[in-house]
Ligand binder design. Structure first.
Ligand code: FE2
Length: 200
């Protein structure tokens, strides 16, 4: 899933003073602490050039993003199973395309959290606590418009969370997390557009 970085190779190296328009300049960062082993493990401590505090902030943001993405994945799969009515064929197939893509992405998000040195949330209780998206129980499964409207709102909520975490990753120069979140934004914005188009 790595995206083409050819254009990025041309960019000048970022300096701590570089800032986006409208954003305050970044403060110079102290050099990350050297690798040391911990008492609990013989494995060397993580020393990838991002401080522990910044890795923790990014991992926390990605955990919220994972919870939102998982909740939206499950909603989409739920509607794939339960949609009825005149739009059944097209929506059953469309929802399957979308939940399949989202399911695959969940693994990449969780594994990025692990690569940053933190545990990925993986229980329904954790996801409910972390997600900004509410679970929905639709009584009328023939109300496909309500399902599609709910999914549009879900994709937009995922996008808002992704943008918030993207800012945190950008502040730490964490390009892999920025890359992952940018790819997810492209997909979720596209799905929001496709679903919204059904209602127009
Ligand atoms: Fe199915």
């Amino acid at each position: 899933m790595a995206k083409n970085k050819a254009d990025k190779a041309e960019k000048p190296v970022k300096t701590p003073a570089a800032a986006k328009p409208g954003k305050p300049a970044k403060a110079a960062k102290p050099a990350p602490a050297p690798a040391t082993t911990t008492a609990a493990s013989s494995a060397p401590a993580i020393n990838i050039g991002i401080s522990t505090a910044e890795r923790e902030k990014i991992a926390d943001g990605l955990s919220h993003f994972l919870a939102d993405a998982y909740t939206l994945y499950l909603k989409t799969h739920n509607y794939h199973w339960n949609v009825t009515g005149s739009m059944f064929n097209s929506l059953h197939a469309m929802f399957m395309d979308q939940y399949t893509e989202q399911w695959t992405a969940l693994d990449e998000i969780a594994e990025r959290i692990r690569a940053l040195g933190f545990k990925a949330p993986g229980s329904y209780r954790q996801f409910v606590a972390l997600a900004s998206i509410e679970e929905t129980v639709l009584e009328d499964s023939s109300d496909w418009r309500a399902m599609v409207t709910d999914l549009v709102a879900g994709h937009e909520a995922v996008c808002r969370t992704a943008r918030r975490v993207l800012d945190i990753a950008d502040d730490a120069d964490d390009a892999p997390s920025e890359d992952l979140l940018t790819q997810r934004l492209q997909i979720h914005e596209k799905y929001a557009w496709m679903l919204r188009s059904l209602l127009q």
